[in-house]
Design a protein around this ligand. Structure first.
Ligand code: FAD
Length: 232
């Protein structure tokens, strides 16, 4: 999606659509670099875990993936720097306008999901996650000038929150596509049903992280700033 937005920003003859695509692409860059690389650590760590002791031993190859992933959150510019970019230049600077416009696109998918009875549970999770992200964006836009330390203290949780919600959006779109194909009798039915299962899993197990992350963004600065700089 980021690559498509980048292409559209360069090639769309409509200057308004091209500008929108650029804004969308620029919002996605820190998420692609920061959130995706953080998640690669979680995924490759699980990869070691499911192999048990053998996962930790070199012969399975699982540990190699984990070690290779460990550099990604550093050489993609570092998670904290990507998070500062997302919360500062990409969210606070325009008063949250771009972030809320992107969120409106996610909510449009929620509306589509709600039209299908079998996708209602996924719609509910995605909607709750959207509410959480909106809560964080409104806080960031409102406090960026008056209390910037409190806002930036939540930058990494905000990066992860945005990544979770936008990933859930893509999963929701995948569920819609799979449902349409199944109804039309097209494609590989086993693959499509499994896709619906993975989307449901993502909704119930990953999207539910959004509310906790939003609370951390909005309420979490006291703990982060509790220790005076001189005492580090
Ligand atoms: C194997 C490898 C390949 C690389 N390849 C490339 C490449 O091809 N091109 C390229 O341009 N660079 C490359 N790099 C460099 C990479 O971009 C840097 O390592 C990275 O930007 C982090 O800089 P640093 O290592 O100096 O860490 P530091 O800047 O010292 O950061 C240390 C920690 O402090 C945090 N931190 C720093 N400043 C802040 C801040 N203001 N707010 C909050 N937290 C902060 C960081 O997030 C990080 O966790 C590569 C690095 C490695 C190890």
């Amino acid at each position: 999606m980021a690559a498509a937005a980048f292409d559209q920003a360069h090639a769309d003859p409509d200057p308004v659509a091209a500008a929108e695509a650029r804004t969308f692409y620029e919002f996605l860059v820190p998420i692609v670099k920061g959130f995706s690389t953080e998640m690669s650590l979680e995924v490759t760590s699980l990869g070691v875990q499911v192999h048990g002791g053998m996962g930790f031993i070199e012969e399975t190859g699982a540990a190699q993936y984990y070690r290779d992933a460990r550099i990604l959150t550093i050489y993609e510019g570092t998670t904290a720097i990507q998070a500062n970019d997302l919360i500062g230049r990409k969210t606070a600077r325009d008063g949250g306008r771009s972030a809320l416009a992107i969120l409106a696109r996610v909510r449009a998918t929620v509306t589509e999901l709600k039209q299908s009875e079998t996708l209602a549970a996924i719609a509910t999770r995605l909607e709750q996650a959207c509410d959480a992200l909106e809560h964080a964006i409104v806080f960031i836009a409102g406090a960026a000038k008056s209390d910037p330390r409190a806002v930036y203290a939540g930058s990494v949780p905000y990066l992860m929150l945005s990544g979770v919600v936008l990933s859930g959006w893509q999963m929701g779109r995948a569920a819609l596509a799979a449902t349409h194909q199944l109804a039309a009798g097209e494609g590989d039915a086993t693959f499509l049903r499994t896709k619906l299962g993975t989307v449901r899993f993502f909704a119930d197990h990953i999207l539910t992280r959004a509310s906790g992350l939003a609370e951390t963004v909005v309420e979490g600065s006291a703990g982060t700033l509790a220790i005076e700089e001189a005492n580090f």
